[in-house]
Design a protein around this ligand. Structure first.
Ligand code: NI
Length: 152
């Protein structure tokens, strides 16, 4: 178990295009485990590998009921528009309004290396799009129509 400190903007690793995972080995599985531990420790709903300083295409998502681990995730279909607020562990204290597709189909590899596909909508779709953006060096503040300080 290893909890990492989440890297924050403007660290350059957040702006790199992450490279695909070529082979799922013990090192890759360890990274996924560490991402999960870090996600839960930070009380987040999604985390991408670059946020712990690893520029590889891996994300973890958990909206509270189920941990999803996606290796080399790719949006293969999208539909509709939703506008809502987002935040990011790498951009602490800021929320912003971002348009996202309402529904996405994402193809990925699971930790056994099997091809998987999921259809997601609403918050899960938003979260997947946000995390996949991280793999392309994109932060939600790049896309937000408006941002403000989180009030709490
Ligand atoms: Ni984020």
């Amino acid at each position: 178990m290893a909890v990492y400190q989440v890297i924050t903007n403007p660290d350059p690793v957040l702006r790199q295009k992450a490279i695909p995972v070529e082979k799922i080995n013990a090192g890759v599985l360890r990274v996924l485990d560490n991402m999960k531990d870090t996600l839960y420790a930070a009380d987040g709903i999604g985390l991408a590998a670059p946020q712990i300083g690893i520029s590889k295409r891996m994300i973890v998502v958990d909206l509270g009921d189920n941990l999803m681990e996606l290796i080399n995730p790719e949006i293969v279909q999208q539909e509709g528009v939703q506008n809502g607020t987002e935040g990011c562990l790498s951009v602490p204290g800021i929320i912003g309004w971002v348009d996202r597709a309402q529904k996405v189909t994402v193809r990925f590899l699971d930790r056994e290396g099997q091809d998987q596909e999921i259809e997601a909508e609403d918050l899960l779709a938003r979260c997947l799009q946000h995390e996949i953006d991280h793999l392309n060096g994109i932060l939600f503040i790049d896309k937000a129509s408006e941002t403000q300080r989180e009030s709490d």
